[in-house]
Write a protein that binds this ligand. Structure first.
Ligand SMILES: [Zn+2]
Ligand SMILES: [Zn+2]
Length: 278
């Protein structure tokens, strides 16, 4: 198993501080200040903000995907293989995809029952080892063996996974299991694989900040009961389809087949291509 290293790499930037000295001559003194930047701060943008960086290779020619999980909670190899196939189909990264695995100590999730709201940020802060470099973009996928909690402290039994930043994703294993149990034709692997791909598409900017310019809400994006855009596709056969009464963004589960499964529809593919994807 991979030993966990806390990244000691600090990116530094230089800023110029102008100090106005109180003298008759109004001398301006320039002092060079080196401010260390926590590398994780670059990974704290809104989900979808790095869509173009992931889809194209104008800046980043390769991807590193760091998987973080407790012993015994590694994602199924089938799910990872299908994720790789999916990424290569839509994303331009001639340098390829590398998986890095970080096994978390058991005290990371001591309750074994529920994951406090926003705890994923803390875990990432402490254990993430991979960050963007000049030509490589790093993504972080955290598997939690717990039901996540809503902001108000109630159980979030429905959310299987979500993208919480431009390069951060979390999946709840108990919710994958319960969703799979509720769907006789999709096993654990099917739900896990589809969720990974669905959430990856949020990183690719589908209905995220980068895609807003491509269409109006309602045109391609579904409209929720509250009248707002759902952030999901309105085409029922699409991987990004959403309906509020289904735990996995709607209806996808009933369509999962044993060999993965749900594709993007033509409109979502067109969105990715408009942002530089394949
Ligand atoms: Zn979604
Ligand atoms: Zn779609």
């Amino acid at each position: 198993m991979k030993k966990i290293y806390l990244s000691l790499i600090l990116v530094a930037f230089v800023s110029l501080l102008f100090v106005n000295c109180e003298s008759d001559d109004e001398v301006i003194e320039e002092i060079e200040v080196v401010v260390p930047v926590d590398p994780i701060s670059l990974e704290r943008e809104e989900g979808g903000q790095d869509a173009i960086n992931i889809l194209t290779e104008e800046v980043y020619t390769s991807l590193t995907i760091e998987l973080a999980y407790l012993e015994g909670n590694r994602p199924q190899q089938k799910s990872l293989d299908s994720l790789t196939v999916f990424i290569n189909k839509r994303v331009n990264k001639s340098g390829g995809i590398t998986y890095v695995e970080t096994v978390l100590p058991s005290e990371t999730m001591p309750s074994g029952v529920t994951l406090p709201y926003d705890k994923e940020l803390e875990i990432e802060q402490q254990y993430r080892t991979q960050f963007r470099s000049e030509t490589n973009l790093a993504l972080w996928i955290l598997m939690v063996d717990e039901v996540m909690l809503n902001e108000d402290g109630t159980n979030d039994d429905d959310t299987i996974g979500f993208v919480y930043s431009n390069t951060g994703m979390v999946l709840s294993i108990p919710n994958i299991t319960s969703t799979a149990e509720g769907s006789p034709i999709s096993g654990y692997d099917g739900v896990e694989a589809s969720t990974l791909q669905h959430e990856f598409c949020h990183w690719l900017g589908i209905f995220g900040p980068r895609a807003d310019a491509l269409h109006e809400a309602g045109e391609h994006e579904g409209i929720g009961d509250d009248g707002d855009g759902t952030g999901h596709c309105k085409v029922p056969t699409c991987l990004m389809f959403y309906s509020s009464n289904n735990p996995l963004h709607g209806g996808c589960v009933s369509r999962f087949q044993s060999e993965f499964l749900v594709e993007l529809d033509a409109l979502c593919i067109a969105d990715l291509q408009a942002l530089g994807g394949k």
